[in-house]
Structure formats: C-alpha cells, structure tokens
Design a protein around this ligand. Sequence first.
Ligand code: PLP
Length: 383
Amino acid sequence: MQRRNTLSPQTQAAQALHMLDSANGAVVPPMHSASTFARDENYELREGFIYSRYGSPTTVQGEQIIAELEGAKSTLLFNSGMSATVAVVEALPMGAHVVAQSMMYHVGLNWLNRQASRGVIGFDSFEAGNLAALEAAIKPGQTKLVWIETPANGDWSITDIKAASRLAHAAGAILMCDSTAAPPCTTRPLELGADISFHSATKYLNGHSDLTAGVLSVQADLPIWSEIRSVRDFQGTVLPGFEAWLLIRGLRTLFVRYDQASKNALALARHFTSHPAIERVLYPGLPSHPGHRVAAAQMTGGFGGMMSLLVRGAEGRALATAKGCRVFIPATSLGGVESLIEHRRTVAGPGHGIPGNLLRLSIGIEAMDDLIADLEQALDRAG
Ligand SMILES: *Cc1c(COP(=O)(O)O)cnc(C)c1O
C-alpha cells in the first residue's frame, strides 16, 4: 500500500485519512460523545483520554486531518474561531505588544481593543496589505504577536505572508495568519513562514453552516503552544465530539466546494465589473485588485468565493439590493455551500472602515447563472 503521507491532500481529505474502523470496516469514523473515559485494569489511561474538556477521540481525528492538510506538526480545534484566537492572546505574556490590521474580522479587532483598554496587552494596528505600515507598527523586542488576515474581511486586501513573517521574525515576534478565507486547499500559511495558522472552521473548512469551530496549527515547537493548549483545557473551549464529527464530514468535500465557489466567484466578479450600478468589484482574483499579484502567488488553488461590491449611489441602494435578493441569503458568515449577501457596515458597525455602499458576498456552489440573474434583478429593483 502507498504510504499515507505520499498521497495528495485532496485524497487525504476525501478519505478522511482513510480512517477505517479496523473492527467492522466502517468507512466513516464513529462519533464519540462520552464526557469521561474508563481507565484500564492497571488504572492507566487507554489512549490518553481522561475527560472531554481536554478533548475526545473524534476531535483528535479532526485535528489529524487538518494537520495533514496544513502540513502542521500539531493542530488544536476550538469551539469557535473566536475562542481559538482569544486563547492565543491569553497565552501571551502579560503586557505583550500585539500588532494587527485596522481592517480585519471585526470581532477579533474588538477583542484586541478591549484587552488593550484593560491594560492586558499593548496594541497597535496597521493598514492591511501595507508592509511598510506593518514594519512601522512593530516594536522590536516588545512585539510578541503579529496577526495578519489574508484575504482580509472588508476589501479582501492581500498580505504577502512570507514578507510579513520576515518582518515579524526580525523583531522577535511570531506571526499568526488568519487564513479563514483561504483554506489549505489554496494556501498553506505554515509553509510560507507563519508560526500559527488560524481558521474559523465555521467557514470553508466545514462549509455547511451547521456548526461553529476554530482551529490553530503550528509547524514547529512553539514555546507558546503548550500555554495555548492549557488555556483551552482550563476554559473547556475544545470542539465537542458531535461538531468534530460534522466537521470531518465537511472536510471531505473541501477541495471541490472551494473550487466551485472560486469558479463561480471569478465569473460573477468579471460580470459585475462592467455593470452600470456597480462602482467597483473588490476580488483578489481580478487583475484590477491591488493584491492580485501576491494573491496569485500564494493562493494556488483558486481565489475563493469572497468578494465585495461597491454599489453606485447612496447607502440605501446597497441595503435595498441586499433585501431584494431571492437566491442570495441575507445573512452573515461565509464559506458555506449557499451564497450569502451582507450589508457589512450594518453588521460590523461604524469604526471598522467599511463603506456604506459595500455589499459583502460569500459565493457558494450554486449554478452561476442563477446567482448573476438574482443580483441583476436586485440591483435593478434597488436602482
Ligand atoms: C468568522 C471569522 C472569525 C471568527 O470565527 P467564529 O467561528 O465566528 O468564532 C475569525 N476570522 C474570520 C476571518 C472570520 O470570518
């Protein structure tokens, strides 16, 4: 038999690492929901499991699959994306300086501002995608964590992960990359120099909008890693067995879902670029996007389904377009098989730099013509 680690990630994902049940041959791993685990006749733990606040066999299987896809040495699953990033910040030494983008996932930014205002961390932000601004925000010796998000929520600006890691490392900091919009079928941040790869697994990794999860992966023995694990152990923010089981099911189709979403999104972005009601399409797959060149180099499996449209005219027209869609669903979140439309400023609030005429689209796997026709009619009626 071929050695598992010579197989391509797409095969590994489709077969969930070929985890057949040796007793009965089931091709799907079972779902473990037990909260506690019996010791053996010598009063030893059987496979290291003791109590489900520290993890369960199903959660560990999910972690093994994602580690394989990320090229990671170790992976930890959390019960939300936010609980994963909160654990990273909690694990930093008291008073550590953190640098992150001024435009990024808004709740993460709110958390950093909150911790800074309580004096737990020092915090400075920089303009997303601007490496000179990143370099200027880093305080050599004091900055412990550089947190980038690429493509980034809002305008889908792109950060060169290799370049950002060089800047972080030169100053003695670690780089965490929020790669939620670019799952491992297109970008493997650890191979590009990130120390921690983070995803809200609620999004593309699961892909079916039926759970919340977060995941952190590392390639090397990072001193902060055991601290991050203890934060999860103390707080019980591990992903429970049932959600891990659903996530494993979602991961099996990651490559085909992402590929279809990328194809739909590129076609839709091209179509609306010349539409009279649209001022601008923000999509890294278009050569007109300022991050296109870097995106093409570090998103090797497609540009994904995330884009924003700047609608011509007043904010009301963008809102009316979101309300007028019949195929696009007016909901937040992203990376699911169904297409979503969102008036982002309503959701993120003011103070996050989101223009009032911006509509965020998460393109799913539906027939592309249905999506284009739906937006056309909604724009017409809003016009
Ligand atoms: C959704 C999201 C998060 C937060 O993840 P949750 O699973 O919602 O807690 C973080 N970063 C990005 C880019 C996201 O889209």
